[in-house]
Design a protein around this ligand. Structure first.
Ligand code: NI
Length: 163
């Protein structure tokens, strides 16, 4: 299991690079990410949260199956926006209301290097957009209003002093 990096840690803001070769190191990383996500009961986890600046994320799909996304690309997203509360394993017990597209289609590669396209809506679509943000160094707090940030100030400060 890997320690999940939290808000304030620089790796969460770094640019990520494409996976050129799905070697043993990448396979091991993905396995440990899955173990970590299961243990922490998350819906998704991106490689930067495990301290690795690569374009990889995992998400809990239908039937409790974890889907792996390597070098994901957004093919399309609906413009019909939806606002909902959103959390993140890098922001334990902190939530922000975020507007996301209702539907999204993503193209990616799985652990075996096979290309696939997945379409999602609702919570899963929200999760995919959240994880894509992580790969671009974007975090849920970037969507927050000053009021929301003020509301969570104490927890946020505590978090940035926790590592
Ligand atoms: Ni997150």
């Amino acid at each position: 299991m890997r320690r999940i990096r939290v808000y304030g840690e620089e790796v969460l803001r770094r640019d990520t690079s494409e996976v050129k070769n799905i070697d043993e190191k990448i396979v091991k990383l993905i396995k440990s990410m899955k173990d970590t996500m299961r243990k922490r009961q998350g819906l998704g986890l991106a490689a930067p949260q495990s301290g690795v600046s690569k374009r990889i994320f995992i998400a809990l799909g239908k039937n409790d199956k974890i889907i792996t996304f390597i070098n994901p690309e957004t093919l399309s997203s609906s413009d019909k926006d939806d606002i909902d509360m959103e959390g993140c394993l890098s922001f334990p017990e902190i939530f922000f209301s975020i507007q996301r597209a209702k539907k999204i289609a993503i193209k990616a590669y799985n652990e075996k290097g096979k290309e696939f396209i997945i379409e999602a809506d609702g919570l899963l679509a929200r999760c995919f957009q959240h994880e894509m943000d992580h790969l671009n160094g974007k975090l849920i707090i970037d969507y927050a209003t000053d009021e929301e940030k003020k509301y969570w100030q104490e927890r946020l400060t505590k978090l940035t002093k926790s590592f």
